[in-house]
Ligand binder design. Sequence first.
Ligand SMILES: Nc1ncnc2c1ncn2[C@@H]1O[C@H](COP(=O)(O)OP(=O)(O)OP(=O)(O)O)[C@@H](O)[C@H]1O
Length: 910
Amino acid sequence: MANNVISPGLGILSDDEESPVFESTSADCAAGIRKDLLNEFSVISPGLGHPSQSMLDEGPDKVMVYVRIRPFVDEELDKKEDQGCVVVENQETLILRAPKDSFTMKNTERGMGQSVHKFTFSQIFGPEVDQKQFFDGTMRRVVKDALNGQNWLVYTYGVTNSGKTYTIQGTNKDGGILPRSIALIFNSAQDRLYKSSDLKPLSNEVIWLDSKQVRQEELKKVSLLVNLREEELMTPMKRSGGDESQLRGGTSISFDSGIGGLSSTSHANQTSIQLEETCSRWGEQQDAISLQEPSDIQLSIWVAYFEIYNEFVYDLLEPMSSGPNRKRTTLRLCEDRNGNPYVKDLNWINVHSADEAWKVLRVGRKNQSFASTHLNQNSSRSHSIFCIRILHMQGKHDMTPKISELSFCDLAGSERCKDQRSGDRMKEATNINTSLHTLGRCINALRQNQQNKLRQNVVPFRDSKLTRVFQAYFTGRGKSCMIVNINQCASTYDETLHAMKFSAIASQLVQAPVVKINMPSIQSLIKESSILANRSYTDDEEGSDEESDSETDITMFNKEELLQVIENMKQLVVKERQEKLAMEMTIRKEVCSEMMEMMQQQKSQYGETMEDERELLEEMYEERLENLKESLTNYYKRELKERDEHIEELQAALEEAKDVPDALNTTKTKKDIAPLRRSKRLAVSDTTTEVATLKMEIAELTAELKSKNEEIERLKVIHEPPSSAKTFTADVDRKIQEGQKQYLTGSHHTCTDFRHTRALWNVRLLRTEMQKFGESLQQMDRACCHTTGAEKLRQALGTCDEILGKQEKTLAELQNNMALVKMDLRKKTACIAEQYHTVQRLQGTPSGFKRMCNNENVQPNQPTEKRPFLRNLLSRTPGQKALLENSPYSRVLRARRSPVLKTVAFGTKY
Ligand SMILES: Nc1ncnc2c1ncn2[C@@H]1O[C@H](COP(=O)(O)OP(=O)(O)OP(=O)(O)O)[C@@H](O)[C@H]1O
């Protein structure tokens, strides 16, 4: 049974299932879903045991809406009613899933509405919850409040056959919330119970009864209960389960009025079942509520029971007239002087025990309208209301006792009218549905009024008897609590969904604040002026009731009396106005002084806050400025240091470059600036050494050249050819000059002097380049001093690199020239040797010729130390490349992956 209802906390919706429509979101508000509905829907989340008390302490007092799910019965399971329509997600959340044959599902298939709906309520009670658990979970606070002077209305709502009557009344075996509440009230009242019946509640006041009236009251009760024969009790029109059948036959019932020995016992049979028949068994003795009221407060408990059937009010405790055609009296709904509706002429029975109250209930049940419908064998065809009035009397002769009322309303179940085949049932169903619909409209209007205080709608309480009875509880005279009963049958799914939607609206209500209207009645005004000093109040209860209600017939007063009433009212109005004015003045004064005080306080608070803020800001900005200053100082220090270093480096490089006239023999990449500086320093030092070596070599070569020239001159003089040979020598000279000219004009002949001049010219050129380089370095220096950007520095370094490149080329050129000079020297030596041979040949001196020939490499007068120079010179020339490649500068170049210098052909432009 109820397999579809899964325990709270279990997942219920798979991913591919349709997401439910949220009808009430108390559980979901906390999760942040549809936050805007926070105020709209009930957010009551009850605790386990006594949820409501904690609720009272926090926020607005929301209307509690409980849901109770009825278990399946066997016939329903046979009819395959269990289709998993109702699923309890957790203690507060319920999901309704439309079965396939339902109207809702058909609508969904047509694209209208949703097939899954989600609801949240104060608490949901599953089918496994028994009567006691349900009572403990819902009613304790209500009973406690009622005992402490609060009015409460508890009503059950739901489709027919959903368990409303079972919840309120229960069975003989297992009582519902009503008999259990009665038991709890009497258990709690105990010693405080007022034994006499001389104080009777009327609409909203109490009257003292004299002994005669007390006797009448007692007789009324006895006659009511004495007629409750066993058969009638055992065949209630509303029978639950098979308990009654067990009680049939061989039972007797005892009625005890409890009043001064007046008791009546009905013996239908010999066997006594009093105890079994009582409701005291549902309230354990120790199960009582401690009252907050002073210990001298005494409680007098009165009950009434009536029904609203087809929009007529009937007293269910009316003494029965026997016979099948009994005519029941319809009662009128009136309003008391405070505008609260009440049922006029209702029978109120003073009860002194829970058993008595239970018996009264059973009498009423016997009179209630039930009928068998296609859904429920014992369907309530009316809304029945059982009222418990508690009079709270301070002392024995308290003239103005407080009254609190606890009402249980078992609403008739909503149903489809077309399902009713009989005309009577159809009429009943129509009336039931109309009144329930009006109740829905009232609740909706109340909700709107509570949500929008500026735009108040008229609540249609007057549209049905039911809502008129409820009106007081919805408008501040008391509190209300709703129990929604549902069954899980697939066949009634659409009605169940409708009931749930309705109750979702009810769960958004908050309890109306308590209102107290103390409008004086005409009687009291008349009393006040003592006009009716001689008028004797009728002792008749009816009369008393008549006089106390607002429907008092004013024609019973004469003209003077009414004029006096008007006069009194005028005076009262003037007095009230004066009081109000005085009150207004006082309030205004108080408000003004409070406002002034508040403004003063606020002003000083703002002043302090501003001062604090100002100080805070000042501190903050000072700190920031300090930080900024520090970081700027650091930055510029770093910058200056770097710049100084750079300038120093540049100056060093410049000085080195100035010292070394030769071109720097290096290239560098622009990518890496730091290694550039390092490698530049290395290159400069290497080049300096090399250039020094070269300079020495050039000096040596120049010196050698000079000595050669001198030698030639000497030889010329020594070996001056004879005049006969002069022509020949002149010819040779000419030829030599021509050769020189040719060389000068670009022929392939070389001239050592020319080469030398050329080298000197190149050196000069190099110097000019170096000067330019120096100038550019100075410019760079200046530029570095004036610019701070790294980009400018990079540009300057780029220019340096270019100049260095040029210098490197020039150096390479110089080295080539050196090689050429050496070659020239060699050739010149050969030329000298040739000339020497020619001279020898011309002189005809073979020895001389031989000497010349031998002196091709070794001159006879040549100093011995010069020979190695020539050899070295000749041998070194082919190894020039190796020299270049092994020089430190070349190593640096290789490290930078620069191309190794190539020897440039002489005369190549650069
Ligand atoms: N919680 C429950 N546990 C066991 N049986 C239940 C429960 N609730 C209801 N029932 C049974 O279901 C049947 C219908 O219940 P009940 O008469 O209370 O419904 P109802 O809502 O009052 O119907 P109607 O509106 O037609 O009067 C009864 O036989 C009752 O005993």
